[in-house]
Design a protein around this ligand. Structure first.
Ligand code: SF4
Ligand code: SF4
Length: 365
């Protein structure tokens, strides 16, 4: 289908149509010095003119003063916190004279429309789908919310210094998984529609036919973003990490790694969790609560009375070899979508691309 064009002054109508169709609109905005996704009350709250600059251990915003609102690449979150929540009650229990009465915790999803989602985050969503919806034990809270998502994706017009999604096969251009796809141009947005849900939204917008110039500009931007990317070894080369389990390099990383777990929290595909029993002080009701956990936490490796990964070098090795190598057998691809978040949000400036290249050394030439 021909792509339409939405002039910039009409972007607010996209927000209005989403609200009219019953969605809560979630969009990028600047909070506490970062781009985060949150309830978007007005198009004016989008990060107009903002780009981010990233490097290992650093993330900073710049106000360029231009008229674009999607010129940035990413912030510390993907879609993960909205579907796999950092804290989820999984059941409740009440002490009665007949023993404990269990109560299930029902999902309470709502229609959410995300504006500004990138290709890497759609790939991460599909990876989390495999784990939370299509594995032996489907997660009811994730599954219920997943069915109520409307995704308005945006192609990247640039890459920041930690992006490598082209190497992971995900790329700066969204090709699947969205309802509507935008290319942000100088004077507006090229609009592509993928789903019936998307068509119901764009039918209510004042779209014009996209011109040849619009298409050319969109292609130039994608080419520009591709050329700015870093290079990670490919999936086959990454499997060779498993031939390096006893390298000294894991110890070198452990001397820098704080085992803080930031990399796993910001990673849009990580899914480790733990459960804790909590008691409501007034009612005495018992809550079984699931929290995000990290393979960097000491307790996460404590299983059946044994500490399996007592040393930080073992925990980093577990994270990297699982993410990049053993995921391939588990989920048919590596667990990394090349977003670079674990690099920029690591307080010790540990860089997964640089470390993988160092460990593989000559193996991947
Ligand atoms: S690699 Fe960085 S972010 Fe990850 S646990 Fe170590 S110090 Fe924290
Ligand atoms: S491992 Fe790092 S670069 Fe890869 S998906 Fe996770 S946060 Fe992004």
């Amino acid at each position: 289908m021909e792509k339409g064009f939405l002039p910039r002054e009409n972007l607010s109508q996209l927000h209005a149509v989403l609200c009219q169709q019953g969605y809560k609109v979630i969009g990028p905005q600047v909070k506490d010095g970062a781009i985060v996704f949150d309830g978007l009350r007005d198009i004016a709250d989008l990060p107009w003119g903002i780009v981010e600059h990233t490097e290992a251990g650093a993330y900073r915003l710049e106000d360029t003063g231009d008229n674009r609102c999607f010129a940035w690449n990413n912030g510390p979150q993907g879609l993960k916190p909205w579907l796999f929540k950092s804290q989820q009650t999984v059941w409740r229990g009440e002490a009665t004279s007949d023993g404990i009465r269990f109560k299930s915790e029902q999902p309470s999803p709502q229609p959410l429309a995300f504006i500004g989602i990138r290709s890497c985050d759609i790939s991460a969503l599909y990876l989390q789908d495999k784990h939370f919806m299509h594995s032996a034990y489907a997660d009811p809270w994730y599954t219920a919310q997943r069915k109520q998502l409307c995704l308005i994706a945006v192609n990247c017009s640039r890459s920041n210094d930690t992006c490598f999604c082209e190497s992971t096969g995900d790329g700066v251009e969204a090709t699947y998984g969205y309802d509507i796809l935008l290319d942000e141009l100088d004077d507006g947005y090229l609009v592509d529609v993928k789903s019936e849900r998307g068509r119901a939204i764009t039918a209510a917008l004042p779209l014009q036919p996209g011109s040849q110039q619009h298409h050319k500009q969109a292609q130039r931007q994608l080419k520009n973003a591709r050329h700015q990317q870093r290079v990670m070894p490919d999936a086959e080369q990454l499997l060779k990490l498993l031939e390096h389990l006893n390298d000294k390099h894991w110890q070198d990383i452990a001397e820098r790694c704080l085992a803080c777990g930031n990399c796993t929290l910001t990673c849009p595909t990580c899914f480790c969790s733990k459960q804790e029993a909590e008691v409501e002080p007034v009612s005495g009701e018992h809550h079984q609560v699931r929290y995000w956990d990290s393979c960097f936490s000491e307790k996460h490796g404590y299983i059946a009375g044994m500490q399996l990964r007592g040393d930080v070098s073992q925990r980093y090795r577990q994270w990297m070899t699982h993410k990049l190598a053993t995921w391939q057998a588990q989920y048919d691809r590596s667990g990394c979508v090349g977003c670079g978040r674990c690099i920029s949000w690591c307080p010790a400036a540990i860089d997964i691309v640089a470390e993988a290249n160092l460990i593989l050394g000559d193996d991947h030439d």
